[in-house]
Unconditional design. Sequence first.
Length: 360
Amino acid sequence: MESPVATPPSEGDFSQKDPVSSIASLLFWAALAAGLLAHILGFMLFLRRQGYGVDPLNGFSSSVQFVSYMVLAAVVLRCAVFRWFPSENGPGLPTGWRNRTFSGVEVAAIIVVFSLTGFACAWPKVMIPALNPRLWDEALIGIDTALCLGINPNEFLLTVFEGAPRFVAWTLDHHYALFIFSQGLVSAWFLTDPRPRRRIAFGASVTVLWLVGTWSYLVLPALGPVYVFEGFLPRIAAIFPMNAGTQVALLKNYESVHQAMAGQPAAVISYMGIAAMPSLHVAAHFFLFLWARYVGSRLRNLLLAMATLTLIGSVATGWHYLVDGLAGLVLATVVFAVAVVIHRTLTRAKFMYGDTPAPP
């Protein structure tokens, strides 16, 4: 899963005060928030015109709470790291605050933007049956079988973990089920980087990753192996109970979506949609690894291990076909290339302080 990447421009002296950077960053987040809000309002209008009996604001408060917890936890961690290892971790948040390249206002702006991002991705995914009811599971199964020379990779990996020691399946079950927290916290860590160019490059790109990935679900809608292969769910529940519990809950919500489409009142939960192609679990973790490698973060080896486990887990737990994970890797690589272009463009333009090349 390694891929060649360029290294970022060298970091310069971070002692210079630069309030312009903070203002520019806030303007960026404001523009991003405006775009996301327009996206959300457009989809809310669609739901209203279709007459679906759903609460359009369902899930927004949960998105705000989750993002707030993740970002504030990252702020605390960055302050702690700077306090304990100041010479090994580059400029910390205290330095950024003193030099006005980062502020509490921008923390709030980041929380707003990524709360909107989560909400903007939730409704299109959960309403896929209304937007494009055709399912491509059979075609994806055929691609998997061809790639694996006639072997069903879901059946193969599930059988492997059924015969493995219990702690192996337990580890994978928890790793995959807790994905939202691992990717949320790591994303928040990079979003609170005191260097504004890195914040903007990462923030813009990770937003693109989630939006493009969400709307890609509409190209080849698929439920996933656990809902297609007969007898899979009981087997998954036996060794991956955390994931199986979520799979059952999502299936019930999927049925509620069909009730809403029929004009019946239904308790549709916006953030519980079903979609397999591509795997945004794989895409998110691999993108985080690529970014960590690019900026020289010590998290890179851990994130590579997590991305590898996520790819394996996506197939073994029945959430995804193998081709979904491969598509996720491609999506992450393309979006990472966008992130590098953004970062290097800002650097060459000498726009905002914090990443300027060190003087000779």
